[in-house]
Design a protein around this ligand. Structure first.
Ligand code: ADP
Length: 162
């Protein structure tokens, strides 16, 4: 059984994430999309909301599980029998950062990192940009699922009225 993890903040999950998770699911027996829950990475959405959004948008992928982790990703991999981490590269700047983390994870625990190139259709897309556009009422309908779009609308409505 070849099980891999797609880790991330998913704040919120975007069509770029869904593309990578779906492509990974076609290559491996099981894919675990895991939300990082470290307290120093507090985001716009709670961990529960991130998990719910991920569940919703991967419901059609039978071999994808949704999970969460805090602490070291390599410990999560060991505890869950995961042999490799999937990360995606959108640009050269992603690579600089990812290379260092990948080498460290291998050094720490012998866990491999496998890189997938981002779909060019989404390589400009990041959760932070989606948040920024949504915050100012911009149209994110081609960047996230309708469920995520609605949650963004609700989130910023709550904020505006508080
Ligand atoms: P992190 O804070 O760990 O980078 P993200 O949620 O931003 O968490 O990203 C998780 C993974 O998804 C990373 O491998 C990232 O490169 C990938 N990713 C993010 N946005 C996109 C996108 N638009 N297209 C493809 N991959 C993406």
């Amino acid at each position: 059984m070849r099980r891999v993890v797609c880790p991330g903040s998913f704040d919120p999950v975007t069509n770029g994430h869904i593309d990578i998770i779906g492509r990974a699911a076609r290559q491996y027996d099981e894919v675990v999309a895991a939300v990082l829950t470290n307290v120093n990475k507090r985001g716009l959405f709670s961990v529960e909301e991130k998990l719910a959004m991920l569940r919703e948008c991967t419901a059609n992928l039978e071999n994808v599980q949704i999970s969460q982790f805090n602490g070291l990703l390599v410990d999560f991999c060991r505890d869950n029998g995961i042999g490799a981490i999937i990360r995606s590269l959108r640009s050269v700047s992603d690579f600089d950062y990812e290379l260092q983390i990948a080498q460290m994870n291998y050094r720490l625990a012998g866990v491999e990192t496998l890189f997938m190139t981002a779909n060019p259709q989404y390589s400009f897309l990041s959760s932070s940009l989606v948040r920024e556009i949504a915050q100012y009422g911009g149209d994110v309908s081609s960047l996230v699922t309708p469920d995520v779009e609605q949650r963004l609308r609700d989130k910023y409505k709550d904020r505006d009225s508080s």
